[in-house]
Ligand binder design. Structure first.
Ligand code: S3P
Length: 429
């Protein structure tokens, strides 16, 4: 498709609900006893993959268009699916479900699209096997389809994680909740903690001390009312657009600001961007964020901030093309195993539009500011690459053609409409 144009962006939008919390609301709702209601569920393809997967496992889930209602079955009430379950594009769904299904007394096969079927699963399968799980990939590989066979019982684990990954951590926590005894999981770096927070919300017990997580199974969870805040990873596109487009001011309503997710706000502040917080709700960990056009300076992004902004790095790379100086992103090798290799995809696609950006083994080096020009680019089937390229296209008067634009529906189905609304100075509320 031909990407949208704007001279500036102005207005107020409510970005879509948080993807990580939406997935987990279905999972915890299914595994709890009693009813869970979810308001502001993310109606994106990835979260529907989770919803449909749990329906296939016999969990009644109703949707009245506003609220999702889940009739929890407890850890012992899931039923075998009639056939292999299609997980689509969603890494979070497949990895967390591996941990959930590892403790179940029946066999399940999970498969995905071409992208998901190429993503590494040993990071979850190897520690699950240490817990006694019987889980394997397709034809002796680590790749999906993944088959999780029934296991007599899971043992607790004491595990030092070799990668910084909330998906791996969460899969192990779900397995540990079903094991008999106390598991200890030590993170490489602190990653998003929604699983831990939601265990507490659903009446369970889990402790975190710096990077060490301790959880004792088996536990019983109780259904809750979940209200999902907006996704800072979706807000990131407009935080960037507002900062780099001239004469812009965007208000983003009800954005989740859990501190394990706010690395992008730290980076924007360090670059010199103008971001104001209002209506902060500490209980809900959310706030309205207002961004204005700013003059930006280059920064170095490395170390323990990386998991706090891992999904934002493609759009941060675009931000850096408009900052003064050399921005260095390192320690981000995890980008290579996302929906695409995001180091290569970001560098190659932005180079097509005139950016000065070089891929490295574990990140990117970007020199700025650089004017961008038109061209033909591709999302490569990766939602976050597609949205980043739409924001890049706002920086040139020339035409930018985006292939595989439909990928944005994974996390932000109305993304292009919201860009158009802000280009006209409007609101999406
Ligand atoms: C997620 C964890 C991250 C992130 C993904 C969502 C989650 O993946 O990239 O979009 O909800 O747990 P990793 O755990 O692989 O870093």
């Amino acid at each position: 498709m031909k990407l949208k144009k704007a001279t500036h962006l102005k207005g107020t939008i409510a970005v879509p609900a948080d993807k990580s919390i939406s997935h987990r609301s279905i999972m915890f709702g299914a595994l709890a006893e009693g009813t869970t209601t979810v308001r502001n569920f993310l109606r994106g393809e990835d979260c529907y993959s989770t919803l449909h997967a749990f329906q296939s496992l016999g969990v009644p889930i109703h949707d009245d268009g506003q609220t999702i209602t889940i009739e929890g079955q407890g850890f012992n009430g899931l039923k075998p699916a009639d056939e292999p379950i299609d997980i689509g594009n969603s890494g979070t769904t497949i990895r967390l479900m591996m941990g959930i299904l590892a403790g179940q007394p029946f066999t399940t096969t999970l498969f995905g699209d071409d992208s998901l079927n190429r993503r590494p699963m040993n990071r979850v399968m190897l520690p699950l096997r240490e817990m006694g799980a019987n889980v394997r990939g397709h034809e002796q590989t680590e790749f999906p389809p993944i088959t999780i066979n029934s296991t007599a019982s899971l043992h607790p684990i004491n595990y030092q994680m070799p990668v910084a990954s909330a998906q791996v951590k969460s899969a192990l926590i779900f397995a540990a909740l079903q094991a008999q005894g106390t598991s200890t999981i030590i993170e490489k770096e602190t990653s998003r903690n929604h699983t831990e927070e939601m265990i507490r919300q659903f009446g369970g017990v889990i402790t975190t001390q710096v990077k060490t997580i301790t959880v004792t199974g088996p536990q019983t969870l109780q259904g809750q009312e979940v209200v999902v805040p907006g996704d800072i990873s979706s807000a990131a596109f407009f935080l960037t657009a507002g900062a780099i487009m001239p004469e812009s001011e965007i208000v983003l309503k009800n954005v989740g600001i859990n501190p394990t997710r706010t690395g992008i706000l730290d980076v924007l502040e360090e670059m010199g961007a103008s971001i104001a917080f209002s209506n902060q709700d500490d209980q809900n960990q959310s706030a309205d964020l207002t961004v204005q056009s700013s003059t930006l300076q280059a920064v170095t992004i490395a170390g323990d901030i990386i998991p706090r902004l891992i999904d934002e790095l493609p759009i941060i790379a675009l931000l850096a093309t408009q900052a003064h100086g050399k921005t260095v992103i390192k320690d981000a090798e995890e980008l290579k195993v996302k929906e695409t290799n995001r180091i290569d995809a970001t560098a190659e696609e932005l180079t097509k539009l005139g950016a000065d950006i070089t891929p490295t083994e574990d990140g990117l080096i970007i020199n700025g500011p650089t004017p961008l020009h038109g061209g033909r680019v591709s999302s490569r089937g990766d939602h976050r690459i597609g949205m980043m390229l739409q924001i890049a296209a706002l920086l040139t008067d020339e035409e930018v053609e985006l292939e595989k634009a439909e990928a944005v529906a994974v996390s932000y189905p109305d993304f292009f409409e919201d860009v158009a609304r802000l280009a006209k100075g409007g609101n999406s509320e």
